[in-house]
Design a protein around this ligand. Structure first.
Ligand code: SF4
Length: 266
């Protein structure tokens, strides 16, 4: 059985910590604000809305505790490579923190790309711990349009099979990788087409190639559908003649087909 160590986006511990650390900071900030309002609402002179305010604040507090449990699950899973029943539900609650994480990161001058990369890496690591496997037809590969050679006039967004496989860009190689495994593949120009492809194919797992922003929003939009993210490479700048590490795509596909192993990095 093929062992794979390098399928996480750019495997190293620091990157996962970026997202997890910011999530924890966001959560403590939210809990502090909740406690502050709880103290204000609890004063006897707080007025007629006092009981309602206490109810809303208590619910928010309980929800924050659930999110904290979700974060705890993620850390335990990453450190111990261990999951338990209900794990995905708890992890799903942490996605509510994502907008706060981005804002706190901005406040701390941490680039959005770095946070999003870290988020994708956490997501990939968690997926690598899941016993998710699917037959080829239930896996969907989504590729960004910017992988296509800029000068190519062939329309591949409607049907990737239109590609003449001239080799000027990696679409030809990617087609070879996916077609020999019988895995449906779509080239999409953005979130709308990606969502439509998911609705059409109804996959069990998506393996997506894209930039940090598109991958992270894709993971959140389609949750709980698992999306394994592989970052594209941009030697000529964003959205132009981009590339991807074919080995990472092959390894991810083989893993979800049950022929490989991923996520050895913690
Ligand atoms: S490999 Fe396909 S998509 Fe890329 S330039 Fe050639 S024909 Fe166009």
């Amino acid at each position: 059985m093929k062992i794979l160590n390098e399928i996480v986006v750019d495997g190293n511990k620091t990157k996962k910590r970026t997202f997890l650390g910011l999530s924890l900071a966001s959560l403590f900030l939210i809990i502090t604000v909740i406690i502050y309002f709880f103290i204000i609402a609890g004063k006897p002179d707080a007025g007629l809305m006092r009981n309602l305010a206490i109810f809303v604040i208590s619910s928010a507090f309980l929800f924050s505790v659930l999110i904290l449990c979700g974060l705890f699950c993620i850390v335990l899973a990453i450190l111990g490579k261990w999951r338990f029943p209900g794990f995905s539900w708890f992890v799903g609650q942490t996605l509510f923190l994502y907008p706060f994480v981005l804002q706190i990161g901005r406040f701390l001058s941490i680039t959005q790309d770095k946070i999003q990369r870290s988020f994708i890496e956490v997501n990939n690591q968690l997926l690598s711990l899941c016993p998710i496997q699917a037959e080829a037809a239930r896996i969907l590969v989504l590729l960004p349009h910017c992988l296509q050679y800029d000068g190519c006039t062939i329309r591949i967004t409607h049907n990737i099979e239109n590609c003449k496989r001239c080799g000027r860009c990696q679409i030809a190689s990617l087609l070879e990788v996916t077609s020999k495994r019988g895995i449906p593949t779509r080239v999409v120009t953005g979130g709308t087409l990606a969502r439509r492809a998911v609705e059409t194919h109804r996959p069990k797992i998506v393996v997506a190639v894209a930039c940090e922003r598109d991958l992270s929003s894709g993971v959140i939009d389609t949750f709980p559908l698992p999306v394994f993210g592989i970052l594209n490479e941009r030697p000529q700048g964003p959205c132009f003649n981009t590339r991807v590490d074919l080995q990472k795509v092959e390894n991810a596909l083989d893993f979800f087909l049950g022929q490989g192993k991923i996520g050895e990095e913690a």
